[in-house]
Design a protein around this ligand. Sequence first.
Ligand SMILES: Nc1nc2c(ncn2[C@@H]2O[C@H](COP(=O)(O)OP(=O)(O)OP(=O)(O)O)[C@@H](O)[C@H]2O)c(=O)[nH]1
Ligand SMILES: [Mg+2]
Length: 371
Amino acid sequence: MKKNLRTSNPFRRVTYISPISEIIDNAFQQSQAVRRTRIKKRVSREQKLAFLEKDRISILTHEFTRKIDSILDQFPWVEDIHPFYQELCNLVGSIDKIKQVLGRLKGISNQLREIEREQIQKISDTNHPNVMASVRKETGGRYVSLVKKAQGDVKYLIRIVKKLKSVPDFNTTLPTIVIAGAPNVGKSSLVRCISSGSPEIGEYPFTTKQIVFGHANFGLTLVQIVDTPGLLDRPFDERNLIERQSIASIKHISDIIVYMFDCSKDAELPVEEQNHLLEDISNEFSDNPTFRVLNKVDLLTDEQITKAKNELKTEFHISTMKDKGLEELVEALKTTVLTMLKTKDKFKDVAKLSISEEFLLQEEEDFSYDI
Ligand SMILES: Nc1nc2c(ncn2[C@@H]2O[C@H](COP(=O)(O)OP(=O)(O)OP(=O)(O)O)[C@@H](O)[C@H]2O)c(=O)[nH]1
Ligand SMILES: [Mg+2]
């Protein structure tokens, strides 16, 4: 059951993609190692040579196709992967290009087998040892020039995997809370306070450069809490790759957004821009419930907090540093998650797994919202 719940990062199962130069070197080493071939009955010298050269060609073909097929087997079928990982593919490369590259590699693998058939026939058609040896050499030459055409393509796939392999796994059936906001507002600090995640916290902006997942036990279910890199208030086209990861997680994996404001004098982004950023996110990327949270209240006066309430419509006023207001925020998140478990179709499996009916009924009485 656990296995079904997990959507692992499909790029993690790519163990190794050999560069073309390595594929060539390895194939020739293997085929040159064939010095004699096993023939049971007594045959002429020419026939023995023919067997030997055919073996060398077969081993060469096997080594080339084995390595290229292994790339095709390991590389995820990009059309089937979760939209979140698809979007990340498009951030670091392009799904269309990946499909073209994989198609070309498949074509090369097929061509290698066709050439093998042709060349082996040529050896069968001759009795001259010199011709046999030159057919084998010619085969090697044709293979090398064919696979060299894929050099750039294979490098491209290696680059994509390198960039995407470190993206964490996530679980599509667990409720997911994405913590978003401008740089330095305290997103990572909040994730550390309320989940198992332990992202780095820094006094400087853009400390977080990659999405980090933490988990929290909300009693009824586990939830995923996602720390995201800070966003600036600017159009999508102008965003860098780091910011685009945040947007991808808001767009594809969030069920709830916690948007954090920093109104202290150290705020990285003016308050108006923080507010505008939130409007942009809500309009463009998400219909999900969004919690407006003012952090660092320990640095603010009561007047400043009231101003934020009025102007930014902040609903929660916390200090991750002084552990203020966190309980209220978590309780509100729990309530929203509970509603989602009961009403959203996508959580029906996790709901079955983690909630006993009895407990649900009891919870219904405790909470004052309509189903
Ligand atoms: N005074 C005060 N400082 C805080 C509070 N929460 C976080 N900070 C400080 O704010 C700075 C930024 O905190 P982070 O949690 O790294 O902020 P972030 O939003 O994850 O930053 P980026 O990853 O760079 O976008 C750190 O120096 C924290 O110690 C708070 O409630 N009060
Ligand atoms: Mg951070």
